[in-house]
Design a protein. Structure first.
Lengths: 283, 134
């Protein structure tokens, strides 16, 4: 009886799957180790946006079949008819959340992980795992992808895969090409002074780029409390404060023109009615 | 004024349901090569994300007269530039410098405002203001 039980037990143990990975609770040692990392705390504002204006020499090198599409988007933008690419308030993802944003960002350093938070930009929230884990073999595609990071001196190196193919590689808010799948982004975030940093990006998107695109954004750190990040809902501006029939405070849709600009009330009717989908009886 | 805002909301509720949602758009619709001045009265100042906006009623000057819609950056960015949701008030007489909409409609991208009663100048051109170490 006993030998049989022993045999059954050992067979069960042999077939058991490997233990489920866990995120260990922080310890004094792991928390204290944060103090030895380069300090990314505080609020970082990006440098001037005009660095990567269309036509700049740092433009991506597109595959031959993509280049004319990009050229057409650039021309439309130059003509004041930008093909707005983030109007749906979905997250920008990489590389645009660095190269195109005007908005501030902060880093939270905790054991095994660095969290990147932003204002607007699809309520940017990125988790960068620094606990040594690899990328999943087949990550679910997301806007921000799957990020793993490690320190090389004063530089945080982040490797990201698993992007949705719809995530844009952009050189303007109206000029961008979807990465079309298999994009791989390496970021090197380097402290270059007490309150300055540089983000160097290498973007590899083999279905649309002829070669990896190198881009850079500069960051300035601010400790003043007026720089603290604040709540920023991307779509709040599409609505106006109103009151429903029960006297309750609500948001009602706000008219915009076809370019996205708010319309004064005396100009809202005719333009909206020009939309073929608008009710015909309205003027 | 409140009534005017509410009527705008009501109008929107009836007319704009099929309008596209264009919350976070490009500023390329504003002509950065042109600067015009709007002298008028603030009739709406909305401290909302993603873009703060204001209406100014213009009845003088060489520009088209009527209600102009002026768009700024986000409340977070404006706070960092020293602004607040109290910086402008409905009824304020102002000079507002904008890059006008390219299509000729009454709208523009904000550059700066001068409150005529106090002479206070409010700026919000991020590209000009944000400097290394600044």
């Amino acid at each position: 009886m006993l030998p049989l039980l022993s045999t059954l037990l050992s067979a069960t143990l042999a077939a058991a799957p490997p233990p489920e990975p866990v995120n260990p609770a922080p310890t004094r040692t792991s928390l204290a180790a944060i103090a030895d990392q380069p300090d990314l705390s505080g609020v970082w504002t990006p440098g001037p946006l005009d660095k990567y204006a269309p036509g700049n020499s740092t433009e991506p090198k597109w595959r031959a079949e993509i280049a004319p599409i990009y050229a057409r988007l650039k021309q439309l933008d130059a003509d004041g008819k930008p093909q707005n690419i983030w109007v749906n308030c979905l997250p920008e993802g990489l590389p645009s959340s660095w190269t195109q944003t005007l908005n501030s960002v902060e880093f939270l350093q905790t054991p095994g992980r660095i969290t990147i938070l932003g204002e607007l930009d699809g309520n940017r929230l990125r988790r960068v795992w620094t606990d040594g884990r690899p990328h999943p073999a087949d990550p679910d595609p997301t806007f921000s992808g799957h990020s793993i990071g490690h320190w090389e001196g004063q530089t945080l190196v982040i490797d990201t895969v698993g992007f949705l193919p719809q995530v844009f590689i952009s050189t303007g808010q109206g000029v961008g090409i979807p990465n079309n799948g298999d994009m791989h982004v390496v970021e090197r975030i380097t402290l270059t002074g007490p309150d300055t940093a540089r983000v160097d990006l290498v973007v590899d998107a083999p279905h649309v780029l002829a070669q990896p695109w190198h881009a850079t954004r500069l960051l300035n750190r601010h400790r003043e409390r007026k720089f603290d990040l604040v709540e920023s809902s991307c779509r709040q501006g599409d609505f106006i404060e109103s009151t429903d029939k029960d006297g309750l405070a609500i948001f009602a849709p706000l008219p915009k023109d076809e370019g996205g600009a708010t319309l004064p009330p005396d100009q809202a009717g005719p333009l909206v009615a020009s939309n073929p989908a608008a009710p015909k009886e309205k003027k | 004024m409140l009534k005017k805002i509410l009527s705008a909301g009501a109008l929107a509720a009836t007319l704009a349901l099929s309008a596209p949602s264009l919350a976070h758009h490009s500023f390329a619709m504003f002509d950065q090569t042109k600067v015009i001045n709007l002298r008028g009265t603030i009739s709406s100042y909305r401290w909302v994300n993603p873009h703060v906006s204001l209406f100014v009623e213009v009845q003088d000057g060489p520009v088209k007269h009527g209600v102009w819609a002026v768009e700024l950056t986000s409340p977070g960015n404006l706070t960092r530039l020293g602004w607040s949701r109290q910086s402008l008030k409905v009824g304020d007489k102002v000079d507002i410098e904008v890059n006008p909409l390219r299509d000729g409609a009454l709208g523009g991208g904000f550059r700066k405002a001068t409150i005529l009663s106090t002479g206070q100048v409010l700026q919000a051109r991020l590209v000009e203001i944000e400097k290394p170490g600044g």
